[in-house]
Design a protein around this ligand. Sequence first.
Ligand SMILES: C[S@@+](CC[C@H](N)C(=O)[O-])C[C@H]1O[C@@H](n2cnc3c(N)ncnc32)[C@H](O)[C@@H]1O
Length: 209
Amino acid sequence: MSPPPAGQPARSLAAAPRHVLARAGRGGPAFLWGFLRHPARVGSVAPSSACLERRLVREAQVAQAGAVVELGTGTGGTTAALLRAMRPSARLLAIELDPQFHHHVAQRVRDPRLHLALDSAERLDALLAAHGLGAVDAIVSGIPFSTLPRLAADRIAASVARALKPGGRFVAYQVRASVEDYVGPYLGPAQRAWEWMNVPPVRVFTWVR
Ligand SMILES: C[S@@+](CC[C@H](N)C(=O)[O-])C[C@H]1O[C@@H](n2cnc3c(N)ncnc32)[C@H](O)[C@@H]1O
């Protein structure tokens, strides 16, 4: 391979290292440890299945998006699935509260389009600004709204609505339906579906701003 012309980065965005993503896997054992550490915050014993990943990518219309946010990367299976579907020029801001999950993803999912933040989704507005991103086309969330303090859940729902472009999509997957109580006042009624091919089966809610 010839070196890049002077003044150009060695690895362009168009040449995203997909081989690294393919090797990342879903991190099942690390995910289970994370659940045992913080069961309410993680909300699931296993990372999302390939079927759920495909549904999230489809519902969020990630292939057409210029900027995407993920709330709650876990061990990064969903993060890698979003990146595989995204355009070479798109950007993904992926926010995770748990330091061990964050480091797991940082070591395994390398992609120049990915901005990782070890932080709370409650700080979405500030994180978008800090990473030079404005309004986004899609937000995908696995955060269990049912176990969040009410104030935190409302703050996240409000900032999700603020962060989406008109026509932007918010896709949330979880076992319980309480996310609707928080997001409904900002984005109206959701389209609802179940993904049965996941452990456990989860509800998938889609809002279009
Ligand atoms: C159900 S897991 C989803 C993990 C992964 N996306 C998947 O589908 O396999 C939910 C994730 O949200 C994270 N989380 C919970 N509350 C959060 C918050 N306030 N801010 C950011 N991440 C949070 C948890 O640590 C956990 O990794």
